[in-house]
Design a protein around this ligand. Sequence first.
Ligand code: HEC
Length: 268
Amino acid sequence: MKSLLPKLAALLAAGSLPGRAGDKVDFNYDIRPIISAKCFQCHGPDEKARKAKLRLDLREEALKEHEDGRTIVPGDLKASALIARITSTDPDEVMPPPKEDHALSAPEIELLKKWIAQGAEYKPHWSFQKPERPAVVKIADLPLPIANWNGVDGYGDWSVNPIDGFILQKLAAAKLMPSREAEPEALIRRLTLDLTGLPPTMPEAGDFVKRWRADSSIANRQSAMGNVVDRLLAICRTTNSPSSNWPETFCQSRLASNWSRPLSTATR
Ligand code: HEC
């Protein structure tokens, strides 16, 4: 364990790691996609296709002793046969087998190492997990690479909705700047096209832009956007066919997913 500590520290310090840099590796987010695409074909739930009696989709199986030794030893990269296999330069040893043509990329290998170093935690598929409300990200706590962004003083002003903190956390981790807020002409065009398939009429656009520009407060902009959303929702209702309600459901779900946060990231 002692010898692992410097390695772990080096791994954690390596800012170039993929995933949420510096953060804990998440099984569902970071690891499942890799092993599911590159290992489960031969080490997954399908018993008939399983090779070497090894399944990597269940933690207790992956932690067991196999021919090479223990496949995964949480917190110990050296003792984990999986690490030896994925980093081997011997074509007869390396996993996945080279003929499969889906070799692991260097960032994927780093993620698997980081995951095992951190304890190789498994999680049930997200669809079987009870949703839990995460603590809201405090913008002041983020290690932000940029003090200001286009025209707005600091990140504090960027956020108008608690969800923005989560978006900003990802942007900061990737060292990306938020985009400048779109002009109102672009916003109404996007919103209307998205929902009706047609651009707004000139009076609709003119009216919205006038309201938007009347007062630069967030409250005013939100109410201007809210009016457009209400008008488009009404269209959703009237275009609802009597025989089925899918157009309305579709239209409303588009609205909900793309535009429910009028002044937040949807407008950037
Ligand atoms: C196309 C099938 C195939 C895929 C895909 C594949 N493997 Fe394997 N794996 C095998 C076979 C066959 C063996 C047994 C032969 C050997 O030991 O090389 C094996 C053996 C292993 C072993 C040694 C098990 C023991 O007996 O101790 C490990 C560890 C392993 N694979 C890990 C992986 C990992 C991790 C992945 C994904 C990154 C992967 N494999 C993808 C076919 C596959």
